[in-house]
Design a protein around this ligand. Structure first.
Ligand SMILES: Nc1nc2c(c(=O)[nH]1)N[C@H]1C(S)=C(S)[C@@H](COP(=O)(O)O)O[C@H]1N2
Ligand SMILES: [Mo]
Length: 330
C-alpha cells in the first residue's frame, strides 16, 4: 500500500502526534482562562501544551478558519510553538539572521495592502486585502514547512487554495506559469540595503502546481492574522517545496507564458532550481537533504528526522512530476 511504503522507517513516534482536540482545546482553554477556572486544566499535559502556544504578550487580530477537508492538509504531528514560529525566521528583507525578522519586522505596514493580478488573465484586477481575504472560505491547515537549510516546523495556517483565486481571474490559454512578486520598500525593510538578493523577492510555480489544492494563499497562522515576520498580510505556503518557494508579503501575482526567474535562481542557479521540491535523495551542494531537525525540539539528544519525499505530500503532488528527472529538475 502506498501509504505504508511512504511512511516506512520514519513512522512517527506516539509523542509526535498531537492528541485530537489539543489544538481546539486552546480556544476552550482561553475561555477557561477568562473565567479564572483554568487551574485544573493546566495540570494536564494538553493544558500545558495549549498554554505554551497561546499565552503571549501581543495578541494579533483573530482570524478563524474552518478545519480543511483538502486531502493531506492536516498533519497529525505536534505543532511548533508559536514562540518558535515567530522568532526563528527567514525573511531577508528584514535581515539574514534567524532572529532579525522577529526583532525588526515591526516596521512593515500590512495595511492598507493591495495585490495586483496581472499578465495572462481575462480578469486582471488590483485586489484590496479585505476583498482578497473574502474571495473564498478561510480554512485552517496544519502543514509541515521544510527549509532547504535543514530545519522544519509544523504550522497551523489560515487561508484558502490559491486555485480559488486563479479560477476567479480566468487565466488565458497562454498562462503556463505564475509569478509571485513580494514587497520591496526600503522605508519599511532595513534588509533591502544588503545585496544578498536581487529585490524584489520573486518566486514562481508551474500552473498545474499552483492549481494543486495544497498550494495555499495564507493570511494567518495560529488563529490570528500573520505576524509581520511570517509574511503579513498575505503569503504563499507550498508545503511540498523548500520554504524559499513560499514568498512572503505578496504584492503582485503575474501569469506568464515563460518560466519565471526566481530571486534565488538569479543569486545561484547551481544551488537553487525552479522546482525545489523537497527531495531527500537530491542534496543541495552545501547541505544534505536526507534529514532535518524540527525547530522547538532541538535538545541535546534529539534525533534528526528523516526527510520525506515531497515533504510527505507525495500522494497529493507526486503525479505533477511523473516522468520528470528530479535530479535535473531540482
Ligand atoms: N519575501 C520573502 N519571502 C520569503 C523569504 C524571504 O527572505 N523573503 N524566505 C523564504 C525562506 S528561505 C523560508 S524557509 C520561508 C520561511 O518562512 P517562515 O519564516 O514563516 O518559517 O519563507 C520564505 N519566503
Ligand atoms: Mo528556507
Amino acid at each position: 500500500m502506498h501509504f505504508l511504503k511512504d511512511r516506512g522507517f520514519v513512522h512517527p513516534h506516539a509523542s509526535d502526534i498531537t492528541p485530537q482536540g489539543v489544538y481546539e482545546g486552546r480556544r476552550d482553554l482561553l475561555k477557561l482562562l477568562a473565567t479564572g477556572a483554568a487551574g485544573a486544566t493546566l495540570a494536564t499535559w494538553a493544558g500545558r501544551d495549549a498554554l505554551a502556544q497561546t499565552v503571549r504578550p501581543n495578541k494579533l487580530t483573530a482570524l478563524a478558519g474552518a478545519r480543511s477537508a483538502v486531502p493531506g492538509a492536516i498533519t497529525m504531528e505536534k505543532l511548533t510553538p508559536y514562540a518558535d514560529v515567530t522568532s526563528y525566521n527567514n525573511y531577508y528583507e528584514f535581515g539574514t539572521d534567524k532572529a532579525d525578522p522577529g526583532r525588526t519586522a515591526g516596521s512593515l505596514k500590512p495595511r492598507p495592502w493591495t495585490v495586483a493580478i496581472e499578465g495572462e488573465v481575462k480578469k486582471p484586477k488590483v485586489y484590496d486585502l479585505d476583498e482578497l481575504m473574502k474571495l473564498a472560505t478561510l480554512e485552517e491547515r496544519l502543514y509541515r514547512l521544510r527549509c532547504v537549510e535543514g530545519w522544519s516546523m509544523v504550522i497551523p495556517w489560515v487561508g484558502y487554495s490559491l486555485a480559488e483565486l486563479i479560477k476567479k481571474v480566468e487565466p488565458t490559454g497562454n498562462a503556463k506559469y505564475v509569478e509571485f512578486v513580494t514587497l520591496a520598500d526600503k522605508a519599511q525593510m532595513p534588509g533591502l540595503r544588503s545585496g544578498v538578493l536581487d529585490w524584489p523577492y520573486v518566486e514562481g510555480l508551474r500552473m498545474d502546481e499552483a492549481m494543486n489544492p495544497l498550494a495555499l494563499l495564507a493570511f494567518g497562522l495560529y488563529g490570528e492574522v500573520l505576524p509581520n515576520q511570517s509574511g503579513a498580510p498575505v503569503r504563499a505556503v507550498l508545503p511540498w517545496k523548500y520554504g524559499f518557494k513560499s514568498g512572503k508579503s505578496i504584492v503582485k501575482i503575474r501569469f506568464t507564458d515563460k518560466q519565471p526567474q526566481s530571486s534565488w535562481m538569479k543569486a545561484n542557479a547551481n544551488e537553487y532550481g525552479f522546482y525545489s521540491n523537497v527531495n531527500p535523495t537530491v542534496d543541495h551542494p552545501r547541505w544534505s537533504q536526507a534529514t532535518e531537525r524540527r525547530i522547538g525540539e532541538d535538545g541535546l539528544f534529539q534525533k534528526k528526522r528523516a526527510t520525506l519525499m515531497f515533504n510527505g505530500y507525495e500522494a497529493q503532488v507526486g503525479q505533477l512530476y511523473t516522468g520528470m528527472d528530479l535530479k535535473k529538475n531540482f
